[in-house]
Design a protein around this ligand. Structure first.
Ligand code: FES
Length: 83
């Protein structure tokens, strides 16, 4: 996810559509989100890799996972359904 796309409308659309992020390990967007820690400062690609296996195969999804983690760290409010 490009940081320019780290907007509430876009993230909420991704949550609803739940696209696949990592084809090697069959991990979908919401599985990546569910793996993220409650404390945003602890969120990292390594954290997601350890809990989901995403981005530990061919690596082609690394940019997507990095984008999700960075968006979550910088703007966690876009992931909630609150107005
Ligand atoms: S697509 Fe995620 S590691 Fe290959």
């Amino acid at each position: 996810m490009n940081l320019a796309l780290c907007q509430k409308n876009y993230v909420q659309m991704l949550i609803a559509e739940n696209p696949i992020i990592c084809t090697c390990h069959h991990r979908y967007f919401n599985e990546i989100l569910e793996s993220l820690p409650h404390h945003t400062e602890k969120a990292s690609v390594e954290w997601v890799q350890k809990l989901t296996g995403a981005s530990t195969g061919c690596g082609s999804c690394l940019a997507k996972v990095e984008g999700i983690v960075e968006c979550y760290r910088l703007k966690p409010q876009v992931f909630t359904k609150d107005p």
